[in-house]
Every structure is written in structure tokens, then in C-alpha cells.
Design a protein around this ligand. Structure first.
Ligand SMILES: Nc1ncnc2c1ncn2[C@@H]1O[C@H](COP(=O)(O)OP(=O)(O)OP(=O)(O)O)[C@@H](O)[C@H]1O
Ligand SMILES: [Mg+2]
Length: 577
């Protein structure tokens, strides 16, 4: 009923201990409340002296106030815990996503991750607020009351004891049905978010192709399905509330009939009968509360499940194997027998299989190959975003299991095919790798990347807001901003480029070539590209084919050798140059 993984969250054990103590107090206060109310009523019925009526009434009022006070304290403690813990989970989730990098995002779907981390955590917070209190109430209050009722009258105790398993049985049956419905509802919810986000991202394309209407319909269908499943879940939730209310009311009614008969016969004194009858609804209340809120918390439980699943994804990498070093013209990286499969170890479909590869000093290494040959996969592996299934890797003569090493990654500048600008000012975006840069340094880097002219046309200059929700920036300008980042981070001596110019027109690409060549100096460059004119800038070429290095060597060596390189050039010449 309660996820064991919750105990791993900080503060859960302490919370449960505090709640247990508080709930026990509450149980006694509820008991006293019933007892003194019954006493006052019985005494006034039997026309006893006023004092014997007033005293229990005062005690009843005190118990009543205490009960609500404890309740208030309880709520405060739980709310505190819920908001702290959900914040903690949120930060763990973000850490995980940042650490796991692009692979996890493409596995999970951005929509799903956004759902889990934003909406999901709100649901989880609500779950926390409800589940602990209800669970404690249910496991502590009824037993305390039951013991007291047994002490008053064994027959009533037995009646109440028999009804409870029936109620619980119903709860389990309906709970399972509701769980199944809620599962499918939550699944539909993540599908909906993925659909929505993808459609939103692709909206300009869809619009251009005249497909936006069809896609809108698609989203409508998905959300309608979500509505249908929500209604299904609600139906079960309402049915189960009804069934439980009916059962417990019936239980109390049966008890009332028994007690009434006993009273009429005179075989039963008034006080135990009355106190039992007053306490019986209190006895069932926690159960009913729990089952009512159970349905309200199912979504939170599911959200928590999917969050835990993401958190529990193995982070295969240890990122502190590599001790710090400087990358200079004598440094080198050796990769031997590297294997990686997107679908896990032992899969027939090996996505990357590198026999032997050496990256040294300030080499300029071009990575070419047809689409799907594994260029991006290789580059991401070297960037440390992909953890190989097995590999012998040596960075600067130190053996490491993968490239996800803090001391390696801080030497890299990564330029993906579609650059990402963060919401912020132009200056902040340029200072991405070195936020502490001075204005003069930023301006120098921007100048080196050929941005000065563009920035002069902006009324806010370097303070112009760009990125998400900011000013639109053309593809070429975005790449220049990326280059400026690289120029500014001059202590990072390894440049990894994944087709940085692929979506630029050839004029823009040529305009970028000059600053890029300047940047290449004194850097190890790993450059994946489809555009063959870049090969002139390279002093080493890797030809990828089907996840393997089909051929590697200097451009001259490869040109003179009638192998994979020559074949590729022949195939590409028609449309690429
Ligand atoms: N996240 C992923 N999950 C499963 N398979 C993937 C994933 N990413 C890539 N692949 C597969 O791995 C292979 C290599 O892809 P990769 O993106 O490395 O090729 P590429 O050479 O960069 O292609 P392109 O020139 O089109 O960018 C392809 O067969 C691709 O389908
Ligand atoms: Mg690629």
C-alpha cells in the first residue's frame, strides 16, 4: 500500500514516528470525546446532579478542541514534509536528467520528462499530504477504539471486528480495479504530453505542409481518450465510495438495532450502549477517509512510480575516475574494442563497434559517413553522453571506463547540429562555459566569431534577450554564438562538432569557415560532416559505416586507396559539392 522506496527519502522515518505519536494521542482524544459525551448524556437522562453533567461536558469540549488541535499540527507537519520532499525529488530528477544527458531524453520523450517533473511532482505532493495521515489514522485509531468497545461490551466488539474484514475486502477489490484504470489513465496522460509537446515543436513545419489541422485532430483524439479513461477511473472511485459508505452505514445500523434491542429488554445498561454507538462511526471514519482519498492519490502514486523509475535508471558511469590533466599537443586518447548498443548489452544490433582509434594533440579529425552510419553516436560517446557497454579507453594514459569524466568533459566544447540557446541575454549565452567572463572578454569572443556587426544592429546590444521566448536568431547567427562560446572558453582544447553547418546554406557556411578555422588552431578537433569541402581543413579522416570505422587515415592516404573513402566521395560528389 505504501511504496518502500519512500523510506529512502530524507525525513520519511522521522515523519512516520512523529505521526504515529500524534495519531495515538488523537485516538485517545477521540475516545475521551465519545466517553464524556456519553457520560454527560447518560447522567442527564438519569437526572443525576448537575455537577456530574457539567464536568463530563467540559471534558468533552476539551477533548474536542484537542482533537482538532492535533489534527492541525498533523496537517502542518505533513504539509511541511510534502513540500520539502517533493522539492527534493524534483532536484534529484533534474540532476538525473542533466547527468544522463540526451540519451535519456530521447528514450523517455521530453513530454514525459516534463510531465514527470512538473505536473507529476504536484501530484506526488498531494499524495504525500494525504497518504501518511490517512494510513496512520487507519492503523492506529480503529484498534484503540475497538479495544475500548470490547471492554464495554464484547458482542458489539465482535460485530465491529467482523465488518472490518468485509470492508477491507471490498477496498482491495475496488482498489485493484481502480488501480488498473488509473494506470491506463496515467499512460494516456504521458502519451498526451508527448504528443502535445512534439506537435508544438513541429508546429511551423506542420503549418507549412498544411498538416496542422490533421495534427490538431490527432491531439483531440488523444485528449478525448484521456477524458474517457479519466471518467472510467472516476466511475470506479465513486462506486467504491458508495459501496464503502453503504457497508459501514449498514454495520452501524446493525449495531444500533442490537443495542436498541438490548436496551428495550433491559438486558443492557445505557452507558456502554451509547458510548459504543457514538464511537462506531469514529471507528469506521479512518477507513472511509482512506478509501475516499485512495482514489484521489492514485495519480500521485503513479507519478511517483514513474519518477522513481527514472531515478532508478542505472547511471552506469562513474565520473571521477580521471585525474585532472592538461590537453596539449602531446596528449592523446586511445580507444580500443569499444562496443555500444542502443538496446543494451547482448543485443545483436550493435550500434557502435570501434576497433581502434587514436585522437592525439591538436589533430583535426573529420568524421564522415552516410546518414545513420554512427557519426553522432561516436561523437556523443567521445563527448561522454553515451556510456559504452564495453571499451578500453585511455585518456592521457589513464584507463577509464567511459568518457563521462568530469575532468574530460570540462575540456570539451560541444557543438551540436542544432544549437541550443538558453533564455537569457546574448552575453550570458556567449559566456555559457565561462559565466565569470568580463564584458571585454565576451566582446572579443563575439568579434572573433564575426558577431560584432549583428550585435551593433540590436538596440539592446549584448543585453538583448534571446533563446526561449526571446528574440529570434537566424541559424547562422546561432552558430556564431556557439563559436563565440568556444572562443571564450579558450581553456577547453577539445572541440567536438556534430555537423554544425548541416542546416545552413552554403554561403552562410563559407562565411563561418574563416572564424572556425581560426578556432581550430591549437585545438583537438573532431568534426562530423556531410560537406566534403571540410576535408581540406582536416588532417585525419574517419569513415564510418554501419557503426564501424570502415577506414581511417590522412586524406591523402585515403584518396590513394580505393576503399570506403573513395566510394563515399564518389557517391556524395553529385549532391554534396
Ligand atoms: N536513441 C537511439 N535509439 C536507438 N537507435 C538509435 C538512436 N540514435 C541513433 N540510433 C541508431 O544508431 C545508428 C547510428 O545513428 P547516428 O545518429 O549515429 O548516425 P549518423 O551517422 O550521425 O547519421 P546522420 O548523418 O543522419 O546524422 C542509426 O542506425 C540510428 O538509427
Ligand atoms: Mg548525426
Amino acid at each position: 500500500m505504501i511504496d518502500k522506496r519512500l523510506f529512502r527519502l530524507p525525513g520519511t522515518k522521522k515523519l512516520l514516528l512523529m505521526l504515529a505519536g500524534l495519531t495515538l494521542l488523537q485516538a485517545f482524544v477521540v475516545l475521551f470525546q465519545g466517553k464524556y459525551l456519553a457520560e454527560a448524556l447518560v447522567n442527564s437522562w438519569e437526572q443525576k446532579p448537575l455537577q456530574t453533567i457539567v464536568n463530563p461536558t467540559i471534558l468533552f469540549v476539551v477533548a474536542f478542541i484537542l482533537r482538532h488541535l492535533f489534527n492541525l499540527i498533523n496537517t502542518k507537519i505533513v504539509e511541511n514534509y510534502a513540500s520539502n520532499t517533493s522539492e527534493e525529488i524534483r532536484s534529484q530528477l533534474l540532476d538525473k536528467v542533466y547527468n544522463a544527458g540526451p540519451e535519456m531524453i530521447s528514450d523517455e520523450g521530453t513530454g514525459n520528462l516534463v510531465t514527470s517533473s512538473l505536473d507529476g511532482i504536484d501530484l506526488v505532493e498531494n499524495y504525500f499530504k494525504l497518504i501518511f495521515t490517512k494510513l496512520m489514522n487507519m492503523s492506529i485509531i480503529p484498534p484503540v477504539l475497538l479495544i475500548y468497545i470490547y471492554m464495554q461490551n464484547i458482542a458489539s466488539g465482535i460485530t465491529l471486528t467482523i465488518i472490518v474484514p468485509l470492508v477491507i475486502l471490498f477496498m482491495i477489490i475496488l482498489g485493484l480495479a481502480a488501480q488498473a484504470k488509473a494506470d491506463s489513465q496515467y499512460k494516456q496522460y504521458t502519451i498526451l504530453s508527448n504528443h502535445f509537446l512534439d506537435a508544438l515543436r513541429g508546429l511551423p513545419t506542420l503549418k507549412m505542409l498544411g498538416l496542422s489541422k490533421r495534427y490538431a485532430k490527432n491531439i483531440y483524439t488523444v485528449s478525448d481518450e484521456y477524458r474517457r479513461r479519466t471518467m472510467n477511473t472516476l466511475r470506479i472511485a465513486i462506486l467504491s465510495t458508495f459501496a464503502l459508505d453503504w457497508l459501514t452505514t449498514l454495520g452501524i445500523a446493525i449495531l444500533a438495532v442490537f443495542l436498541g434491542l438490548g436496551l428495550i429488554n433491559g438486558s443492557f445498561p445505557l452507558f456502554p450502549a451509547l458510548v459504543t454507538l457514538i464511537l462506531a462511526p469514529e471507528y469506521f471514519l479512518p477507513l472511509r477517509d482512506f478509501s475516499n482519498d485512495y482514489h484521489a492519490t492514485l495519480n500521485g502514486k503513479n507519478a511517483l512510480n514513474s519518477i522513481f523509475e527514472i531515478l532508478e535508471r542505472p547511471t552506469k558511469a562513474k565520473d571521477d575516475e580521471l585525474t585532472d590533466f592538461d590537453w596539449n599537443e602531446n596528449s592523446q586518447v586511445e580507444i580500443n574494442n569499444l562496443q555500444f548498443s542502443f538496446n543494451g548489452v547482448g543485443n545483436n544490433e550493435v550500434s557502435l563497434d570501434i576497433d581502434k582509434l587514436k585522437l592525439a594533440g591538436y589533430q583535426k579529425i573529420g568524421v564522415i559517413g552516410k546518414s545513420g552510419s554512427g557519426k553522432t553516436t561516436l561523437i556523443r560517446t567521445i563527448g561522454g553522453f553515451i556510456i559504452p557497454d564495453s571499451a578500453d579507453i585511455k585518456i592521457n594514459n589513464q584507463k577509464v571506463a567511459n568518457f563521462k569524466q568530469a575532468n574530460w568533459q570540462k575540456k570539451l566544447t560541444f557543438l551540436p547540429q542544432s544549437p541550443y540557446l538558453f533564455a537569457g541575454s546574448l552575453a550570458e549565452n556567449i559566456a555559457f562555459y565561462k559565466p565569470e567572463s568580463t564584458e571585454a572578454e565576451i566582446e572579443k569572443a563575439a568579434d572573433a566569431a564575426g558577431l560584432t556587426e549583428f550585435i551593433q544592429t540590436l538596440s539592446d546590444g549584448y543585453k538583448t534577450q534571446i533563446g526561449e521566448g526571446g528574440r529570434g536568431i537566424s541559424g547562422g547567427q546561432q552558430q556564431r554564438i556557439m563559436l563565440a562560446r568556444a572562443f571564450l572558453a579558450d581553456d577547453r582544447h577539445v572541440l567536438i562538432f556534430d555537423e554544425p553547418t548541416a542546416h545552413l546554406d552554403i554561403e552562410t557556411e563559407y562565411a563561418l569557415k574563416k572564424p572556425m578555422e581560426k578556432l581550430f588552431q591549437n585545438h583537438l578537433v573532431i568534426f562530423a560532416t556531410h560537406r566534403l569541402h571540410w576535408i581540406k581543413e582536416m588532417d585525419y579522416v574517419i569513415v564510418m559505416d554501419n557503426g564501424q570505422i570502415a577506414e581511417q587515415g590522412t586524406p591523402d592516404e585515403l584518396r590513394n586507396h580505393n576503399g570506403a573513402y573513395s566510394k563515399l566521395i564518389e557517391n556524395m560528389r553529385g549532391d554534396q559539392l
